[in-house]
Design a binder for this molecule. Structure first.
Ligand SMILES: [Zn+2]
Length: 289
């Protein structure tokens, strides 16, 4: 069976955020090494000079984006260091005197290294080279964040209901649309729809208030359970936390990449539909509402 690779979604990015938040805040960036200039293709601007000697204020997340507001006399207030992991980006955090992390890694995939105060080192690694690591000015940062939908982790009935009103596409497509609701991709849309017993291909715009209540509840609960498990790591081994730890939510998945296995609710074999680059997994029997 050919599977699409598991790419990081909200629970995986949140797990990484927590790992970074344990080290980065209030530390000064002493030195930056960028090994791949494609990292800043979006802005065309080398972030290195702006980053050095700045203080990282905090590590925040909206959807699948990570944002670190920076504090520096030579940067405008509101300047942000941002990262999107896309397919395979990951952060590793260690101390410079401990070279074990780097030695275990194939350095050809190392894209950037930040040396921080107190001898901390943050390495940004990306095998497939789609990840982004860049500086946003206050204006560009604000524009990007405004274009992202509300974060899925605490999505309310009302927010989900109004986001999907008038949408012509499928429920699955709307759930994965980062402008409507930020943070969900193929894994957690399939899981939330299965929990809600809803068809993936019904029109998103026809969601009733009651449906929005059911679906938003299952979105919040599946995301929270996945964060507790540290996210979903696949056999491909791309996603890891900042200490290279695996996430264990793969063991709790009910439908995602479980084609042919019995539905945990009704035992009907789980089916899979491929549309463009995205696959949907569902139970044809009990996801009928
Ligand atoms: Zn079923």
């Amino acid at each position: 069976m050919l599977y699409n690779p598991i790419v990081p979604e909200l629970p995986e990015v949140e797990t990484i955020r927590k790992g970074l938040a344990a080290v980065l805040p209030n530390r000064i960036v002493q030195k930056v090494f960028v090994h791949d200039s494609r990292l800043w293709r979006r802005t065309g601007q080398d972030p290195t000079p702006a980053l050095e000697k700045t203080r990282i204020i905090s590590v925040e997340r909206q959807g699948k984006w990570l944002f670190c507001p920076l504090d520096s006399p030579h940067l405008s207030t509101g300047t942000i260091l941002a990262a999107h992991l896309r397919m395979s980006g990951k952060f590793l955090v260690d101390k410079t005197e401990n070279s074990a992390t780097h030695e275990r890694h194939d350095l050809s995939h190392l894209r950037a290294t930040l040396l921080l105060s107190d001898a901390y080192r943050v390495s940004f690694v990306d095998t497939r080279r789609f990840a982004e690591f860049l500086i946003f000015t206050p204006e560009t940062g604000k524009t990007l964040r405004a274009r992202l939908g509300p974060d899925a982790l605490n999505i309310s009935t009302e927010t989900l209901f109004s986001a999907f009103q008038g949408r012509k596409g499928t429920l699955k497509a709307a759930l994965c649309n980062q402008h409507l609701i930020a943070g969900i991709g193929n894994i957690y849309s399939d899981e939330a729809l299965w929990r809600a017993k809803m068809r993936w291909d019904r029109p998103a715009g026809h969601l009733s208030k009651k449906d929005a209540e059911t679906l938003s509840f299952h979105i919040r609960s599946v995301l929270k359970e996945a964060i507790v498990a540290g996210g979903t790591s696949a056999k491909d081994g791309l996603y890891r936390g900042v200490n290279e730890e695996k996430g264990w939510f793969a063991l709790q998945l009910d439908v995602y990449q479980r084609t042919g296995y019995p539905c945990p609710r009704c035992s009907t074999p789980i089916e899979r539909r491929q549309r463009g680059g995205s696959a949907t997994h569902f139970c044809p029997t009990c996801q009928q509402s």
